[in-house]
Design a protein around this ligand. Sequence first.
Ligand SMILES: *Cc1c(COP(=O)(O)O)cnc(C)c1O
Length: 361
Amino acid sequence: MTGTDAAPRHQWRGVIEEYRELLDIPQDTPAVTLGEGGTPLVESLWLSEVTGGSIWLKVEGNNPTGSFKDRGMTTALSVAVHQGAKAVVCASTGNTSASMSAYAAKARIKPIVLVPEGKISAGKMAQAIMHGAQVIMVRGNFDDCLTLSRGLAEDYPVALVNSVNPMRLEGQKTASFEVIDRLGDAPDYHLLPVGNAGNISAYWLGYKQYADLGRATKRPVMRAYQAEGASPLVTGKPFPNPETKATAIRIGNPASWKLAEAAAAESHGRFASVTDEQILAAQFQLSSNDGVFVEPASAAGIAGLLQDLERGESYAGKTVVITVTGHGLKDTVTALEGFGDVVDNVVDVSVEDAAAAAGLT
Ligand SMILES: *Cc1c(COP(=O)(O)O)cnc(C)c1O
């Protein structure tokens, strides 16, 4: 069905149809899909040169709603609808709500979204609204929104689709399958940003499953990066007031804390933190060196690799996959913050003036 030796013979059908027999979901579940997954694994020539290794970017911004959340949402929504759900709810820092709302629209059920007041990027908010979600702002942070969502799902007929729903991880683990299908084996290292910690848990599930099936000879070392102002997995204590410009990982008490710790421990990996300055610098470097524009949170893995190098770590000769989790267009305000007047070259309609302004003369 898939594999490095087989040229693609068909249009990508979404992660459920591509990997159905490997997913622990009721096997007769019809897929609610927008064609998620099958995202590019792009070599970072910049980082390969810098490290002397082979550095690959798993570009998850290419999913239908612009983040990896779609992988888990196709499974969560498909199973919820199959079990009769008429409404779904989630807490979100933005991307979960964008994704859930799109898949709920596709399934023609009601999306209810709980977001921290004033902390969602305009792009992500537009997505939820355009997909017809009932958006509720909460005077609190993401962790408060998650507590509320759990409460709603307990007391009312709505299905909770945050990553505490195990169906989410089943879909998200397909990213590991795709990495191995593309590279022919697991990488030596896998780096990624961590917020609520569902994604690292899902990747580890996927890597273990493919190794157990004999489709990979090894499992990667998992290295996960949090924003300094929201780094409970690094300090070992919840952050009551998490703060970072990387809003998608602005989470103080990760729901999948235990699973994430197990992934790091079993893989001989670790958690580390990076500052907002490092994250935003890495975001710009990645965009300008590799042509891959990601949102701030998504650059945490890049910032982490650069920090590891500064601290004397070597990735020379190693194969490294870095997940860049979401698209840069979701939050252009934060991206442009450091740039002042973005375009201050204004010229009359003159080739000479334009050439001078372009630095060609
Ligand atoms: C959700 C999200 C994360 C964090 O993933 P977790 O599974 O919560 O650890 C990172 N980056 C982006 C863009 C996200 O949407």
